[in-house]
Design a protein around this ligand. Structure first.
Ligand SMILES: Cc1cc2nc3c(=O)[nH]c(=O)nc-3n(C[C@H](O)[C@H](O)[C@H](O)COP(=O)(O)O)c2cc1C
Length: 245
């Protein structure tokens, strides 16, 4: 996943697309093919994708297409989907294809081949100037607010740039020596129901783990990861424990 590193400083949610700029057939085919390359967090959980013209969805942005994501329900299934699709988001940024996660998507089909609808992402051809160029362009928490006991400044500066629903950044990391726990901090926002916000935050945690794995690779760490849970017990939820070699 290291090849996705440079896209971290480039990607942004693209919500406004220039109608004169379209994806070529080759670009669409490459985007679709990359879905088959995504690395899962939990290989046992089935995931399926469908690309449809955006007009067939309730997405209100003028993107050319939407990707509908369906998955097998199981522990951390939404986190797994966040982990996988963030790779796609970053890859498409490298091709000047803009993406926006669209949590408010309402699919016509809630089930498909026994899998449940998880999330929608809209995408379309964008221009170089639609993307970011530097870390200063991001509105994110400072690293001190998300990671205690951080042993490597660069690692923290990369992962803090991860996107999340309503920019809620629900991740908290606690490090002691070579081991750290990644938590989902529970919270609420006035504009979303508690149920929806919780669901999005589970996807956000997968996005964060994707950034974390890219950052660990970029910084030269080998690690083992033990996954936690997507359950809703307690004030914050242990999603993963990492141990650096
Ligand atoms: C799970 C998820 C759901 C999202 N849903 C929406 C949405 O429904 N509408 C929207 O405009 N943006 C949505 N976003 C985009 C976030 O608002 C955006 O990623 C965040 O504000 C950070 O901004 P950036 O992506 O430009 O870095 C969503 C993001 C995630 C991760």
């Amino acid at each position: 996943m290291k090849e996705l590193y440079s896209s971290i400083y480039k990607r942004r949610s693209v919500r406004n697309y220039d109608a004169d700029v379209k994806l070529s057939d080759e670009e669409l085919a490459e985007a679709e093919a990359y879905l088959g390359e995504l690395k899962p967090l939990i290989p046992e959980l089935k995931v399926q994708f469908e690309i449809v013209p955006r007009e067939q969805t309730n997405c209100r942005f003028n993107a050319q297409y939407c990707l509908l994501v369906y998955g097998e329900q199981g522990n951390l299934w939404l986190t797994n989907i966040g982990y996988m699709l963030e790779q796609w988001d970053l890859f498409l940024a490298s091709r000047n294809i803009g993406v926006c996660w669209f949590g408010m998507g309402k699919p016509e089909q809630k089930e498909r081949d026994g899998l449940s609808y998880a999330i929608m992402l809209c995408f379309g051809k964008a221009k170089e100037q639609d993307f970011r160029t530097k870390a200063e362009d991001f509105n994110r928490n400072d690293v001190e607010n998300i990671w205690s006991g951080l042993g490597d400044e660069k690692l923290g500066e990369i992962v803090r740039l991860a996107p999340s629903a309503v920019n809620s950044q629900p991740w908290r990391v606690e490090q002691v020596g070579k081991s750290f726990n990644v938590y989902r901090q529970k919270g609420s926002v006035p504009i979303l129901s508690a149920q929806l916000f919780k669901r999005f935050n589970k996807i956000d945690m997968g996005i964060f783990l994707c950034y974390l794995d890219i950052a660990l690779e970029e910084c030269g760490y080998n690690f083992t990861r033990q996954l936690g849970t997507e359950s809703d017990e307690g004030k914050r939820v242990l999603v993963a424990t990492y141990t650096l070699d």
